[in-house]
Design a protein around this ligand. Structure first.
Ligand SMILES: Cc1cc2nc3c(=O)[nH]c(=O)nc-3n(C[C@H](O)[C@H](O)[C@H](O)COP(=O)(O)O)c2cc1C
Length: 369
């Protein structure tokens, strides 16, 4: 370990001690079954990456309608809960704290993967035009989603609560709410995708209502201090456009203060999907947003060991996530600690398939201690 390293200092989150500041961020890898059941292969994958202080599951859908892609796991059935248990146990085996990321994609879905082939659901019937849907047979245009009724919104809020309860039953220590990357909650937040004229649209207070209803519903099933929220304030990936992102996300973060959440997880804008892009010229400095939050802050996106140490040293972040580095280096904490060389990422097998590109990356160590 380099002198002055903070990555290996412990930290308390939600009353649990983390063994380091290294986070496995949520990474969709599409290795569940077609009906959203975690698999023994996933168990192996998480066991390999269990040296992180905090392990966050891949995006896990709260209902069948919440999904956009094949082989994404769910947390809406008793069978899924049972299938998650060995996976969560494997993720725990080196002492990591393990959270489930709860996901609803909203308009990023497609009728070809929706139950009954119906259009996807969203705050407003606003189609994604800047991107294409990654279907089983190639890229195709996104569809115009159907606007959710108020009763349907209430149903989705309830489904988040049920999925959270299921996550705890499966052995997860807490929940990360996916409110980033232009998915359903982010679609409510941004005025580019939310044109509603009822209590869920218009003012920022109204556009944040759905997020808060979901948090409050989840908090019926587990303590607030076990709920984290992920935001991507400077990203316009998947047409996540807003007329004033600085005001929007500053307000969101200030609203989260005082809830006693486990953490705020900020995504840096240098990534679009799984590709590195230039930071948009008008992006909001991460340190500015992080400073608004009065609890634990995780920052993820484009970081390596050196830049992560800088974020910890200057107080921007309390923990740092490493997505693509962790895909290619299952024993990443060990490699950081020993200054070992890093394996490059292979794009083949990044989404779907079998062990290739998933569990076949080499580990230098059997233990990260
Ligand atoms: C293959 C892949 C799958 C991802 N899946 C998710 C996901 O399910 N949920 C999510 O919030 N972010 C997801 N992300 C974003 C990552 O969590 C992370 O923010 C991003 O990879 C940037 O970090 P990095 O530069 O360290 O890779 C994914 C990224 C990649 C590369």
């Amino acid at each position: 370990m380099k002198s002055g390293s903070q990555l290996f200092n412990g930290i308390d989150i939600g009353g649990q001690q983390l063994m380091n500041r290294i986070v496995l961020p949520p990474l969709t890898r599409s290795r569940a079954t077609d009906d959203g059941m975690p698999t023994p292969l996933m168990e192996e994958y998480y066991r390999q990456r269990a040296g992180a202080g905090l392990v966050i599951s891949e995006g896990t859908v709260i209902t069948p309608q919440a999904s956009a892609y094949a082989r994404v796991p769910g947390l809406y059935s008793a069978e899924q809960v049972a299938a998650w248990r060995p996976v969560v146990r494997a993720a725990h085996h080196e002492g990591a704290v393990v959270y489930a990321q709860l996901w609803h994609v909203g308009r990023q879905s497609h009728s070809s993967v929706q139950p009954d082939a119906l259009p996807p659901l969203a705050p407003s019937p606003v189609r994604i035009t800047g991107y294409q849907y990654r279907s089983a047979t190639g890229r195709i245009p996104y569809e115009t989603p159907r606007e959710l009724t108020v009763a349907e919104i209430a149903g989705i809020v309830e489904a988040y609560g049920t999925a959270a309860r299921n996550a705890i039953s499966a052995g997860f220590d807490g929940i990360e709410l996916h409110a980033a990357n232009g998915y359903l909650i982010d679609q409510f937040l941004n005025d580019g995708s939310n044109h509603r004229t009822d209590n869920y649209g218009g003012s920022i207070a109204n556009r944040t209502r759905f997020l808060h209803e979901v948090i409050q519903e989840i908090a019926r099933h587990l303590p607030m201090e076990r709920i984290g929220v992920r935001l991507s304030p400077s990203s316009d990936w998947m047409d996540a456009h807003d007329s004033d992102k600085l005001t929007l996300y500053s307000t969101v973060i200030r609203q989260l203060n005082g809830l006693n959440l486990a953490y705020l997880h900020l995504v840096e804008p240098e990534i679009a999907g799984s590709t590195t892009v230039d930071r948009p010229a008008d992006s909001i400095p991460t340190e500015k947003l992080a400073a608004l939050f009065d609890g634990v802050v995780i920052v993820t996106g484009g970081h390596d060991q050196a830049s992560a140490e800088r974020l910890l040293a200057d107080g921007t972040a309390d923990l740092v996530g490493f997505g693509r580095l962790f895909i290619a280096n299952p024993d990443l904490p060990h490699r950081f600690r020993t200054q070992a060389p890093l394996e490059p990422l292979r794009l083949s097998g990044i989404y779907g398939g079998g062990p290739e590109g998933y569990t076949d990356y080499p580990s230098l160590a059997t233990s990260n201690t």
